[in-house]
Design a protein. Structure first.
Length: 380
């Protein structure tokens, strides 16, 4: 596992940190003679000493943005300032202070792990051999590479190569002010992944700024100070992880119920009817104004894997537990009351029940789905 060693020494206060670390304004990118923009006027700022999450589905524009920010691609229009310097005019100065871990594997096949790190230390300006050796030993220990220090990179597993790829970006230590991480935990086991995130957090506490992309929402929620969500070349949401959940999660709550019995299809159908009766009460009440009663004899055949009821409510049947359901609704208390009546009427027993706010992943999917629905409506 990754070691927790890290210097607590803050970055030098003499460095100019006025304004944001990254400032992007109306950035556009158009490839060739295409009629559409891969990036369509995005703007955002990244503050020093923070982790900025840049999230989106495949093809949203994340990779194009990352390539522009790391000087691998020129924008069609717009401006980018990093460390207060124009990215186009001051590329060389900026590149000396940034690190990049790309999504694609990158390693020196015929070099041992130790030799590769030593070479990177030399390239990053650690000319004193003793200082460089100490730094290499520290990195080997931190990233749990000691046992493979004499192994060649082409002899390593995918996860080991990924750790080496990550480790070499930290070889220049305090000379790096900004680190770009493009899905850095791909190939890492859960323990190594969590230790890496903690290691990044500690570096951020001592002044490092991180631009972070991932498809794992738990990582973004754990690590990021702010998050921008991009889709179809436009930033469609921007806030803290908590702010996104509050703003876009709305009144939705997740009810998780585990029963003592395996759920039958007919009972699942009844749950759907209960949610419909609670979320669309006008249509589901009888002439006396009471909710209609349902039993297994009145149920219809509906898909067990996922039952959509409204745009804000649905039932998920957990594949790993045929006795558990996860229900997303915007009127949890009323739904629970109805469910308890249903359970009692059908002679069933509940083992556990909980109400939770939506996760960042659920909010992310909701934002993306809403954006896709809006585009479909516009096309019509």
């Amino acid at each position: 596992m990754l070691n927790n060693r890290i210097s607590n020494q803050a970055h030098s206060s003499t460095r100019d940190r006025n304004g944001p670390c990254i400032s992007v304004t109306n950035l556009k990118k158009q490839y060739g003679k295409a009629n559409t923009f891969t990036l369509d006027g995005i703007s955002f700022d990244v503050e020093y000493g923070t982790v900025f999450g840049f999230l989106g589905p495949n093809g949203a524009g994340k990779t194009t943005t990352l390539k522009i920010l790391t000087t691998l691609l020129s924008p069609t229009s717009g401006s980018v300032y990093i460390f207060g310097k124009d990215l186009i005019k001051k590329q060389s100065e900026i590149k000396r202070k940034i690190g990049v871990v790309s999504q694609n594997p990158s390693y020196e096949a015929n070099l041992t792990v130790e030799r590769a790190l030593d070479l990177y230390g030399l390239l990053w300006g650690l000319h004193d051999s003793r200082v460089r050796k100490d730094k290499v030993n520290e990195i080997l220990n931190t990233f749990d590479l000691e046992s493979i220090r004499n192994s060649k990179n082409d002899e390593l597993s995918i996860g080991q190569r990924r750790r080496v790829q990550l480790a070499r970006e930290f070889i220049h230590g305090e000379d790096m002010d900004l680190l770009f991480l493009d899905e850095p935990t791909v190939g890492l086991d859960p323990s190594a992944r969590r230790m890496l995130l903690d290691y990044i957090k500690k570096h951020v506490m001592s002044g490092l700024t991180v631009f972070f992309t991932t498809h794992i929402m738990e990582e973004a929620e754990y690590l990021c100070d702010e998050i921008a969500i991009i889709d179809n070349g436009r930033i469609i949401a921007f806030d803290t992880p908590t702010g996104l959940k509050q703003k876009y999660g709305g009144a939705n709550k997740i009810i998780e119920i585990t029963f003592k019995e395996v759920l039958s299809q007919s009972f699942i159908d009844l749950l759907k009817k209960i949610i419909i009766s609670s979320t669309d009460s006008d249509d589901q009440k009888d002439k006396d104004g009471n909710h209609k009663n349902y039993d297994e004899s009145t149920s219809n055949n509906i898909s067990k894997d996922k039952i959509n009821t409204t745009t804000t409510s649905h039932i998920d049947i957990k594949e790993t537990n045929p006795s558990a359901v996860s229900i997303t609704v915007n009127n949890a208390e009323e739904v629970i009351s109805e469910i308890l009546q249903l359970v009692s009427k059908n002679g069933m027993q509940i083992e556990s029940i909980s109400i939770n706010p939506p996760s960042l992943e659920e909010v992310f999917l909701s934002i993306i789905n809403d954006e896709n629905n809006s585009r479909n409506i516009e096309r019509k």
